[in-house]
Design a protein around this ligand. Structure first.
Ligand code: FES
Length: 320
């Protein structure tokens, strides 16, 4: 992890599911010593090769520190990270991870939680379901997939949470398709919604939840990829602590321009979704392009995601 602490781990187990499209990995320290504690909704940064690092949600039982469990889709549309995992991560392989970080925590005050996972976006919901069950809190899980065969985690969900699990297949009968309006109406205005999955799917669910009148504080989401246009006009960035000023060119990111000047900011997804490259902003007006900051955080204008966001003012001053 560039700029961050790493933990050496070994792939203790690999289980390929859904016709080999999803690899479920179990990562542990070689000596079996405990890993850092974590809570539902957490993700970690996985070193795949060299500086190829990607964030993945933990999908085991929260608080389990003997090993971490990840579910990784072999996504042909990805930028190569998941394909490399599928091609090279065999049992016994050694690699590094970051400690878990959690930008997608459960709200423990929720009377009822609606967990919605689109495809591989079910992974954080698995951990959330375990946490809610252990806490004795009411919840329902909606697992939205293209086909029944691609529902790699259905068997364990149905076995562990038989009364809470609902499967929705795109190729199934119309009456079993996911209906956000109906689900949220039945859940009531006090429910909290958690959603993760492909960007278009998430945008649709979040939009329906807002239209249904669900308070924005009750809508929780985590994007795992985004199509963001990071290009624009050039601007200047001052790294205040280092006393370095760089020009960010039209085709560059702040992260890259500072990196060339020797200022390394921790990074992972490089798609504006994981928050690893967040920096405090001291001066200037950012042009937020990420999918990580909340609307309120954007309005505060005191933080910026440096792998994709740009500037509306000619100059930004970062606290780095
Ligand atoms: S590296 Fe993930 S948001 Fe920038």
């Amino acid at each position: 992890m560039e700029g961050g602490e790493t933990i050496d781990v070994v792939v203790r187990r690999r289980d390929d599911r859904a016709g080999g499209t999803i690899a479920v990995l179990e990562l542990a320290r070689r000596d079996g010593a405990p890993l850092p504690d974590w809570a539902a909704g957490a993700h970690l940064d996985l070193t795949i090769a060299g500086d190829l690092i990607r964030p993945y949600s933990l999908c085991g039982i929260p608080g389990e520190t003997g090993s971490y469990r990840l579910g990784i889709l072999n996504d042909p549309a990805s930028r190569g990270g998941s394909q490399a995992v599928h091609a090279t991560f065999t049992e016994g392989l050694e690699t590094q991870i970051s400690a878990p970080r959690n930008h997608f925590p459960l709200d423990n005050s929720a009377k009822h939680s609606v967990l919605v996972g689109g495809g591989i976006g079910i992974t954080p919901m698995l951990a959330m379901a375990h946490a809610l069950k252990a806490a004795g809190q009411a919840f329902e899980v909606h697992y939205c997939v293209r086909t029944r065969e691609s529902a790699a985690f259905l068997d364990e969900l149905a076995a562990t949470f038989p009364n809470e699990t609902h499967l929705h297949c795109d190729d199934g009968a119309p009456d079993q398709r996911f209906d956000p309006d109906g689900v949220l109406k039945a859940a009531g205005p006090d429910a909290h919604l958690y959603v993760c999955g492909p960007g278009g799917f998430m945008d649709w669910v979040i939009d329906r939840a807002k239209s249904a009148g669900l308070d924005k504080d009750r809508i929780h989401f985590e994007y795992f990829n985004a199509q963001i246009d990071t290009h624009g006009t050039a601007f200047e960035v001052v790294a205040a602590q280092s006393g370095v000023t760089v020009t960010v060119g039209p085709d560059e990111t702040i992260l890259d321009a500072l990196g060339k000047a020797g200022i390394k900011i921790p990074k992972s997804c490089q798609q504006g979704v994981c928050g690893t490259c967040l920096c405090d902003l001291l001066e200037g007006e950012p042009d937020h392009k990420d999918k990580f900051l909340t609307d309120e955080e954007r309005e505060d204008n005191d933080q910026i995601i440096t792998c994709c966001s740009r500037a509306k003012s000619p100059r930004l001053v970062l606290d780095i």
